[in-house]
Design a protein around this ligand. Sequence first.
Ligand code: HGY
Ligand code: MN
Ligand code: MN
Length: 439
Amino acid sequence: MDLGRLRIDRDRLWRRLTDLGEIGAVHGPNGEQGCARLALTDADRDGRDLVVNWMRDLGLSVSIDAIGNVVATRPGSDPSAAAVMTGSHIDTVRTGGRFDGNLGVLAGLEVIETLEQHGIVTRRPIQVAFFTDEEGARFAPDMLGSLVYIGGLALEEALDARAADDDARLGDELARIGYAGPTPCPAAVAPAAFVELHIEQGPVLEDNGITIGVVTGVQGISWTEFTITGRSAHAGTTPMRLRRDPLVPAASIAVEARRLAGEMAAEIAGEIAAEIGGETAETGATGSQVATVGRFDVFPNLVNVIAERVTFTLDLRNTDDGALRRAEGHMMRFATAACELENCSLAARALARFEPVAFDDGMIGRIERVAAAQGNSTLRMPSGAGHDAQMLARTCPTAMIFVPSVDGLSHNIAEYTTPSDIDAGANVLLHTVLELANL
Ligand code: HGY
Ligand code: MN
Ligand code: MN
């Protein structure tokens, strides 16, 4: 057959996305359906079991490593050749969608099934993987499993990570769900190349009417957990002058983070632009400073008690590491001053810190060429979100393929990408992997 005309089976891929989406399904008031499969919960286990069964049904050899990463391998004609790897994650945030991460894993499986179906043998083995705890929402840092996989975080340290919600130990939860695997990590052999298909999770592709994002890298990520301690007291009897209320500095820090991001975004947005047919356009949210206070826990959290303690997280990101460090320094100084003003104590704990990552130029060019050859519009752009690819990039030539997110929405149960855009992305993945596997 004319390999150039080979295409995936879009209905089969959509069915798998739908089936996996039923595990941990959450429904919204207007018919939205998303996923709640926080890492190493029962729902995560059930999702893992379903995907592993699909992998085994395809006759793939499946390895599970000591941090729970799952890698399925389709042999090539040259067993001595390093594999081409694709994949992503299947854990989600608590209000996640059916496509974040899941698409990259199931499209990888679809690529393999398409090759099987047409009896196409590649020189290199092809692997599809899902990595443990990419979200980092329950166990920080994010991309934890792929970071251990490439040797960026010691296994024992990762196994001792504690859950933000119930303080459970990661290693205990991994054993409880039956995914503390026998394969050692870090991985003994690096892939020849890694390519990940993922939804953009932002508005840039949709705003510009582009089908395929050719991802040039990932912006820097800084997560800090702040704990501010004051003194709990009676809301009615305690004069304002005697209060040591941790809510006050905590709230002012959240407002300052928002102000700072706006100020820095205005500075940076003008410098980051993407080529669209010779025109340039702002890349918006993926090219400038962003700041988020996502988790905010008050103790004792009662209507008539001045809080004793507030614990919250600050997520800062920027494509420029110097700017990110400036933002981190500013926020730490601001937090210290705000707590002193209210006579509260401040403790800060780093949850994640990843520098910006640049993907491989050859891989970027290959994806761009494959996508254009299939008639897609393309845009080179950085990723606003973190991805397992940013960890694999430390060990092998790596890049990513983005498809549009409707309304730029993700980490929201209404997350959606159209079947035609999913089909386009999976076919770009198919031919990128096919080319790489025959190099
Ligand atoms: O936080 C992130 O960017 C990713 O969703 N883990
Ligand atoms: Mn993701
Ligand atoms: Mn995510």
